[in-house]
Design a protein around this ligand. Structure first.
Ligand code: AMP
Length: 220
């Protein structure tokens, strides 16, 4: 099964794709996470992407399509994938369709997390993650059970906040979403694969709505 999650920054794509990965045994492909890892490693890709990411802009389609071409291989995604942060432009969506068609594969569900933009800045400014295992948290909506301690891996004092989660950069990222990524909604609607889920509901309710949409099957 192959799934795309769409929605602006802060909509909850990362949180919900962790659930989809665990529940359905899918491989989570989060292009933002891949780019951040490349920046942290100082690779050529990371050097190219760093400034663009910090400005809230989009990394070039060529680079992103190249990354996904490698990532969606059967070897990497034996049970299928969940895409978080890709495609972000029409060119990326068309390239993905072509790659999948060439291998006789398809996207089963494109799910938009429907949210109110005005709330996204507040959501994003409160979020942080574990630098060790990547688990996501939020000051108000999902605080760690024990202060400074990761619920998932137990690391202490390892929380980090993203450089591009500053208010002014978030505004630019939202603008990019509406200009470049929102046109994918009619693109997928026209193909009959788009479904909307209310992303303003509490995390567990969004998860339940996704589960209803996709089906009950748990990971084998
Ligand atoms: P995210 O973690 O999905 O919010 O992505 C963080 C940043 O990485 C974005 O603001 C972009 O600069 C870059 N990025 C991630 N995915 C893509 C993509 N598919 N196309 C272009 N840029 C991307």
């Amino acid at each position: 099964m192959n799934i795309i999650l769409l929605g602006p920054p802060g909509a909850g794509k990362g949180t919900q794709s962790d659930f989809l990965r665990d529940q359905y045994g899918l491989t989570k492909l989060a292009t933002g996470d891949m780019l951040r890892a490349a920046v942290a490693s100082g690779s050529e890709l990371g050097k190219k992407a760093k400034a663009v990411m910090e400005s809230g802009g989009l990394v070039s389609d060529d680079i992103m399509i190249g990354i996904i071409r490698e990532a969606i291989s059967d070897k990497n995604c034996p049970n299928g994938f969940i895409l978080d942060g890709f495609p972000r432009t029409t060119a990326q969506a068309e390239a993905l369709d072509a790659m999948l068609a060439a291998e006789g594969k398809k996207i089963d569900h494109v799910i938009e997390l429907e949210v109110n933009d005005a709330e996204m800045v507040a959501r994003i400014s409160g979020r942080f993650s574990c630098g060790k295992c990547g688990a996501g948290f939020h000051d108000s909506f999902k605080p760690p059970k024990v202060k400074d301690t990761c619920d998932s891996c137990g690391a202490v004092g390892a929380f980090t906040r993203r450089a591009d989660d500053k208010a002014e950069t978030v505004a630019k990222r939202l603008e990019q979403y509406h200009a470049m990524t929102a046109p994918l909604l009619p693109y997928y609607r026209a193909r009959g694969s788009l479904h909307g889920v209310n992303g303003m509901a509490p995390i567990a309710e969004v998860t339940t709505a996704l589960q209803k949409l996709i089906g009950k099957k748990a990971a084998a």
